[in-house]
Ligand binder design. Structure first.
Ligand code: INI
Length: 164
């Protein structure tokens, strides 16, 4: 009986162009996410010159900048970094929901990995925990997710590998 074909991404992406769009709102959190994302990409061997970082005012502006990068077709992945904190945001649901919904649509529309590294938390403490203290760093996680998706898409798109 034939074995099941499997194609999985890995983290050994030698060369890739990656754009990062970061919100300035809650920048003390977002800059920690950005630092960790850049550090993770550097340790994976991605050259500094292949990484482009743009800042926007807040999470609501992130999708438009991401869309420009995706539509230009020069990036292998785009990473969105931001922090939406319910305690400090009367319109939390709108800001968090709109940005996540728009990002998901963009990935499908442009067929490019768009990684949502926008933290959405109830409290500042929870955001700090996910930005490099006891619950890891969502920026690092986002960078790893970008590498895995770049790898996976390259393998899926390779003609006649993986037994299809
Ligand atoms: N933007 C964020 O990235 N995080 C937030 O927590 C936040 N709050 O608290 O409102 C926030 N608002 C700004 C928003 O993203 C836009 O920049 C602003 O509404 C201008 O369009």
């Amino acid at each position: 009986m034939a074995e099941t074909n499997r194609i999985d991404g890995d983290l050994t992406v030698a060369q890739a162009k990656i754009a990062i769009v970061a919100g300035r709102f809650n920048d003390f959190i977002v800059e920690s996410l950005l630092r960790a994302a850049l550090d993770t990409l550097a340790r994976a061997g991605i050259a500094d010159g292949d990484i482009t970082v743009s800042h926007v005012p807040g999470a609501l502006e992130i999708p438009l900048a991401v869309q420009e990068y995706a539509a230009a077709g020069r990036q292998d992945a785009v990473i969105a970094l931001g922090a939406v904190i319910r305690g400090a945001t009367p319109h939390f649901d709108l800001v968090a929901g709109e940005s996540a919904r728009a990002l998901a649509g963009l990935a499908l529309a442009h067929s490019v990995p768009i990684i949502n590294g926008i933290l959405t938390t109830d409290t500042i403490e929870q955001a700090v925990e996910r930005a490099g203290t006891k619950a890891g760093n969502k920026g690092a996680d986002a960078a790893l997710a970008a590498l895995e998706m770049i790898s996976l898409l390259r393998k899926i798109r390779e003609p006649r590998t993986g037994g299809e």
